[in-house]
Design a protein around this ligand. Structure first.
Ligand code: NAP
Ligand code: GDD
Length: 393
């Protein structure tokens, strides 16, 4: 039986105290050796663990042998659908996933969790992540995304512990800046969501430069999966296709069909989050496929895959338009390609098939099957177990 050594386990200080840690973040060679031999278990904390990315990331980090802690919000309905398949009773001897109640609006609670868990790495993914909703709830969106990030950065700074920090920055920050967009492209945020993400992004850079915090940002372009929230456009489309084939839906109401996005496959994007924090130096990385498609193209691909003509089913509802929208968005990930070996494996056309197959299976009809074949071919050693979860949003 392997013995696990925790290098960061000083006596627990009273609540509110500043832990005097022996830092393992940055991993000196000796620790690296221990990790390789499976004798050292890294502790990570994920905000937004119940979301699309958080759920995949938790699964990926468990697969990597980490002890994973996640912050969840109290809800009157279950919000853990995406992580139920990896959850085991925390009393079980092999339990490596632990959940803590908290909210990004509450610094004291989050600080309590960080001081008690004492993570080596924090992946900060929690957010009000819906751009359209951010126009309806601008103040709340700013509180959670912008101030929520600064709350965590401050806790790290005050702890004097070298915790590595990953920030979920977004291509939305580029707004209407011309594509393709890289790390040097100017930010022109055009929504409350994008403005809040831009504030958080600059604060991360500020802490990196001013306080030497190991803080990195992944500027990720859109990434989707069968676990995507059902009101984001890709999932809304693939779920509708499955419903229409099953005779459970007649029409699909959408907004702006002309907008273009650079859509990739979410599991690949969480792998790169981890890689970003394993670099020797912190920094910013643009992550995308480098190809864009319009919403209408995505719609046509999904309906064609199921043998349907989209024009017969798709109707426009102006309520889904945004006061300002990002017209087109395509990544130049040259830096990530060179420094991280970033090489996306799933193309948009393939993503569509993966998602339609999963949605068909979820409502109990036989999937067409090309998406399943793509998954098998591209990921012979795939580390995630559930393809589909109930998802919400
Ligand atoms: P998501 O599915 O909407 O998940 C968001 C997560 O944040 C959920 O776990 C949610 O909890 C949690 N959350 C929301 N408000 C919170 C609060 N007040 N306190 C604590 N937790 C809160 O988003 P995602 O697609 O996984 O994206 C993950 C992150 O990457 C987000 O920051 C997003 O803005 C960013 N991002 C995403 C993309 C993309 O294409 N997916 C691209 C670029 C950047 P509940 O489950 O309880 O709602
Ligand atoms: N959601 C939605 N619903 N979008 C629609 C609809 C609809 O019915 N009809 C057209 N669209 C258009 C939107 O106007 C937008 O131009 C595009 O589809 C994509 O919308 P979303 O899927 O909601 O994603 P997003 O690009 O606004 O934001 C997502 O990606 C960002 C990365 O660029 C979110 O995941 C953000 O959190 C993330 O940062």
């Amino acid at each position: 039986m392997s013995r696990v050594i925790r290098l960061n386990s000083p006596p627990l200080l009273a609540y509110g105290g500043v832990p005097q840690h022996i830092s393992t973040a940055g991993y000196p060679e000796a620790s690296k050796e221990l990790i390789k031999k499976g004798l050292f278990m890294k502790k990570v904390l994920i905000t937004g663990i119940t979301g699309q990315d958080g759920s995949y990331l938790a699964e990926f980090l468990l697969h990597k042998g980490c002890e994973v802690h996640g912050i969840i919000r109290r809800a009157s309905t279950f919000n853990t659908g995406r992580i139920d398949h990896i959850y085991v009773d925390p009393h079980a001897p092999k339990a490596k996933l632990f959940l803590h109640y908290g909210d990004l609006s509450n610094a004291e609670q989050v600080s309590d969790i960080i001081y008690n868990v004492r993570p080596d790495e924090i992946y900060h993914l929690g957010a009000q992540s819906h751009v359209r909703v951010s126009f309806d709830m601008p103040e709340y969106t700013g509180n959670i995304i912008a101030l929520g990030t600064i709350r965590i950065l401050e806790i790290i700074r005050r702890s004097k512990k070298s915790i590595k920090f990953y920030q979920a920055s977004s291509s939305e920050m580029f707004g209407r800046s011309p594509s393709p967009q890289d790390e040097n492209t100017a930010f022109r945020p055009s929504s409350p969501y994008a403005s809040a993400k831009t504030y958080a992004h600059w604060m991360v850079a500020n802490y990196r430069e001013g306080y030497n915090t190991f803080a990195s940002s992944g500027i990720l372009f859109n990434h989707e999966s069968p676990r995507r929230g059902e009101t984001f456009v890709t999932r809304k489309i693939t779920k509708a296709v499955a419903n229409i084939v099953a005779g459970k839906q007649k029409k699909l109401y959408l907004g702006n069909l002309k907008a273009k996005r650079d859509w990739g496959y979410a599991p690949e994007y969480v792998e790169i989050m981890w890689k970003i924090l394993q670099q020797n130096k912190p920094g910013d990385y643009v992550i995308g496929t480098g190809k864009e498609h319009s919403v209408e193209e995505f719609v046509a691909l999904a309906f064609n895959y199921a043998g349907l003509k989209h024009k017969k089913y798709v109707k426009i509802d102006k309520n889904y338009y945004r006061p300002t929208d990002v017209h087109d968005s395509v990544a130049d990930s040259s830096k990530a390609r060179e420094e991280l070996g970033w090489q996306p494996r799933v193309k948009c056309e393939e993503l569509v098939k993966i998602m339609v197959d999963a949605d068909m299976r979820a409502i109990g009809i036989k999937p067409i099957g090309e998406g399943d074949k793509i998954l098998k071919k591209r990921f012979p050693k795939k580390w995630w177990k559930a393809e589909h979860t109930t998802g919400k949003n």
